[in-house]
Ligand binder design. Structure first.
Ligand code: MIG
Length: 811
């Protein structure tokens, strides 16, 4: 046997090193991938990017190289591996990572640059000992915390837990419910020292991940079918892991700015008049808002892509009139198409004509009961079907509907114990670089929602090529963040859910899904008390998606419901979100480039907090928005006693007063009207004048709040908020830095990127941390007036729009 086979594939030469190679290699060789067969099992190690190792294993031969999560362009962009051989071991080096393969057992160990094992597989080829699927055990370090896995409940740290990936409609889920709506088989392990690595198991079948629950210090990954195909990423920081995961599965596209505004939803606003009344009330109450949702009851007999003409006689006019008030419509469009032959129902008729619906193994159409009664289901695993689906949006986008909501796409089916379709329903995959083939629903179940939202997203892009699509999906799979935002489904109006929702969104952010929200106020159960609703609005105002929603047949829970004092508090927090939009939007833009989420656990920005013993527990209820704002709600919101907030270090600021705090511990006596928020020393936070909708461009000045400290910086980012112009350079991005000088503070404006023009006429600079003494002198600019804002402990200076240069404030 030759020890190297060279064959041309994708225009490149791939070196295959075979097991029986005779001559041991004496020096490191560069190979594109490494393949070895032992005992009927074939292993492949490759590196799609430096610092990322991919491992595939198959019975006999390797599994099909295709994926719903990792695009072909990424999988095929192999980085060379340096191959070293010593005895029974082969080492493959990719960047700072080394994959060590035991050639007898096919065990794989992945080591970091210091030779420390991150991932140590204990199974090797025995992982495939069963007749199908796999069972892989690996070592889990005792001090590793585990995060990710999407919207699952349980604590922030997944350690000690066991989880199943199986997309499920989980009405009124609890702390103990698993599985939930989404399957994201990706986790990050972070040691007490803040060192992180990650693993993505790319297998859409029903899988299981156990983090030391079944067996101490042991990670086990099990799958019922499909390929053993996983990626190990090496960090070494938690943020690096997220960047690497985004290299594989993509970062969310920059969403339209309006989707960061407040969104009001309800199952269901049933008539044109009711929607108009909601809009009018939002405006008359001065409650800033951007979106009103229409749930299933706008449709004719719950049939997707129809409108009940009696209740909504002129949808285009409704959409236009709302637009004038700065409000956009988002409409639900479920995947279940009414099984309504011969009734002139176009989605059914055109779908049948093109044979888009799923069938049983015997060829009969599969039908299941959902909202329209008997319904049929598009096979989204076929590209032509996704195109057909996308075209169904023509009428609604022409009517002026701005965004779409893909619900029930686990898919959820009524009146069957499994709550979904039979597993032997046949998909006929025709997509990406998959070989066209028949596949069971058992294989496609967990990607059904992802492919449904992909079809919607891609369809909207075809229909409105220069508009950023907004799609909200309930179910998804890894990589689905490229197509849609999500929410955590049917939560309950309870204090426990208010708390749990934070953890769910943090872990969604750590799993690629940066745009996510919980139904504010809670969806199911008893209607929230005024206190619960108010607290939910306060916390919701800092969540990536801020959407109020509730089940049908419940009392109203719009922000104006309840005592006036409560409404005033909710108004204040919604308004604060709108003031903070420049900061939130800059964070969203960063996310679109890096995959780093908007909502972050404290350790993501400050990995060192993990080392402080029980600090993870202490920080579980806290969260950060971007790199600079730390929000610290009560850990026991239902019975508010005093509590202590531990900040990552000293010198932080109170966001609301602007005052610098003394130590790193703050004692809080909860008051209904306040939610403690703190600012990192070194932050530069942008704020804008209050607008009632992102459709109304603010006038006046952009506020730059400077909080002096180490690594002092902030980002200005602006674009038109809705088009893809930013991809053509039509944006404005500018880094602002500050440094403490002998005499005061210098603020430096770096040169601008992009061709965009700002809405602001100038800047209001607020430098916090000044307790007294009006600043004496200015350098860099001539005679600008400075004033002391004693209440906020800040010096305030009005600046022109700064395209570059620096100003200095001297004491
Ligand atoms: O069977 O469309 O999670 O947000 O209001 C319930 C009606 C179907 C479930 C969604 C919920 C939505 C509801 N839907």
């Amino acid at each position: 046997m030759p020890n190297k086979l060279c064959r041309v594939w994708s225009g490149r030469c791939i070196a295959l090193l075979l097991a029986m190679s005779a001559a041991p290699l004496v020096r490191a060789d560069a190979v594109d991938r490494y393949v070895l067969s032992r005992g009927g099992v074939t292993l492949e190690v490759s590196a799609p990017a430096s610092g990322i190792v991919r491992v595939r294993m198959g019975r006999g031969r390797l599994p099909e190289d295709a994926s719903w999560a990792v695009p072909a362009s990424v999988r095929r962009a192999g980085q060379p591996l340096q191959l070293r051989r010593s005895g029974a071991r082969v080492e493959l080096v990719s960047g700072s990572l080394t994959a060590r393969v035991d050639t007898a057992t096919l065990r794989v160990e992945v080591l970091d640059g210091n030779g420390q094992a991150l991932f140590s597989d204990l199974s090797g080829r025995a992982a495939l000992a069963g007749t199908r699927g796999f069972e892989l055990r690996a070592r889990l370090r005792g001090d590793d915390h585990v995060f990710g896995l999407g919207d699952k409940t349980g604590g922030l740290d997944r350690k000690g837990g066991s989880f199943v990936m199986w997309n499920s409609d989980a009405y009124k889920f609890t702390q103990a419910t698993d599985p939930l709506y989404k399957s994201v088989p990706f986790f990050m392990a972070v040691s007490d020292a803040g060192k992180a690595w990650g693993l993505f198991l790319d297998n859409p079948w029903r899988t299981r991940m156990d983090f030391g629950r079944a067996e101490r210090d042991t990670l086990s990954l099990g799958g019922e079918g499909g390929a053993l195909d996983y990626y190990v990423v090496g960090g070494p920081t938690p943020k690096d892991v997220l960047r690497q995961y985004a290299q594989l599965t993509g970062a969310p596209p920059l969403m339209p700015l309006w989707s960061l505004g407040f969104q009001q939803s309800k199952w269901s606003y049933r008539t044109d008049a009711e929607v108009r009344a909601i809009a009018a009330r939002l405006r008359s109450e001065q409650l800033p808002a951007d979106v009103i949702y229409m749930d299933i009851d706008y449709q004719d007999r719950a049939r997707p892509f129809t409108v009940n003409g009696a209740a909504f006689p002129d949808l285009p006019k409704l959409a236009r009139d709302l637009r004038e008030q700065g409000l956009r419509l988002v409409l639900i469009t479920d995947p279940h198409i009414a099984n309504a032959p011969g009734q002139g129902y176009a989605p059914y008729d055109t779908g049948m004509a093109r044979d888009v619906f799923l069938r049983r193994p015997d060829g009969a159409l599969y039908a299941g009961d959902v909202w329209p009664g008997s319904a049929v289901f598009p096979d989204f695993s076929r590209e032509p079907v996704r195109r057909w689906w996308g075209d169904l949006y023509t009428g609604l986008t022409n009517a002026g509907v701005a965004g779409f909501w893909n619900d029930m796409n686990e898919p959820a089916i009524f009146n069957v114990p499994s709550k979904t379709m039979p597993l032997d329903v046949v998909h006929r995959i025709d997509s990406d670089d998959f070989a066209p083939r028949r596949a069971s629903h058992a294989e496609l179940h967990n990607v059904y929602g992802q492919l449904n939202s992909r079809a919607t997203f891609e369809g909207l892009l075809r229909l409105q090529p220069d508009q950023r699509p907004f799609v909200l999906t309930r179910a998804s799979y890894a990589g689905g963040q490229r197509y849609a935002a999500t929410w955590t489904g049917d939560n309950v109006s309870s204090w426990q859910h208010l708390k749990m929702g934070v953890q769910q969104l943090l872990n969604l952010g750590l799993s690629g899904f940066a745009y996510a929200g919980n139904d504010v106020g809670g969806y199911a159960g008893e209607t929230p008390s005024p206190e619960l609703l108010t607290r939910w609005f306060q916390i919701g105002a800092f969540m990536p998606l801020f959407r109020s929603h509730a089940e049908t047949h419940r009392a109203d829970q719009e922000p104006w419901v309840g005592p006036a004092a409560h409404v005033a508090i909710r108004r204040h927090f919604i308004a604060e979100r709108y003031r903070l939009l420049p900061y939130l939007y800059a964070t969203a833009e960063e996310n679109s480039r890096t995959g780093i989420p908007l909502l972050r656990p404290v350790f993501l920005n400050f990995p060192e907090v993990l080392a402080k013993g029980d600090r993870l527990g202490a920080t579980e209820d806290q969260f950060m928005v971007g790199g600079d704002l730390l929000v610290a709600p009560s850990p026991t919101p239902e019975s508010p006693g005093d509590y202590t907030v531990e900040l990552p270090g000293p010198g932080w600021f109170d966001y609301w007063t602007g005052q610098r705090l003394d130590g790193a511990k703050v004692s809080i006596t909860p008051r209904l009207e306040s939610l403690p928020v703190f600012v990192r020393p070194g932050a530069i936070v942008t704020r804008q004048p209050l607008v009632q909708s992102t459709a109304f461009v603010p006038t006046g000045r952009l506020e730059l709040h400077v909080y002096p400290g180490a690594d002092c910086r902030g980002e200005l980012y602006a674009d038109d908020g809705v088009s893809l112009g930013y991809r053509r350079g039509e944006f404005l991005r500018q880094t602002v830095r500050c440094e403490q000088t002998a005499e005061g503070v210098r603020i430096r404006f770096e040169p601008r990127e992009g061709s965009g023009t700002p809405w602001w006429s100038g800047l209001t600079l607020l430098v916090h941390g000044w307790s007294g003494g009006v600043p004496k002198a200015w350098a860099g600019m001539d005679s600008l007036p400075a004033s002391l804002d004693a209440d906020r402990g800040a010096v305030q200076v009005l600046l022109p729009d700064m395209r570059g240069g620096a100003v200095e404030i001297r004491r």
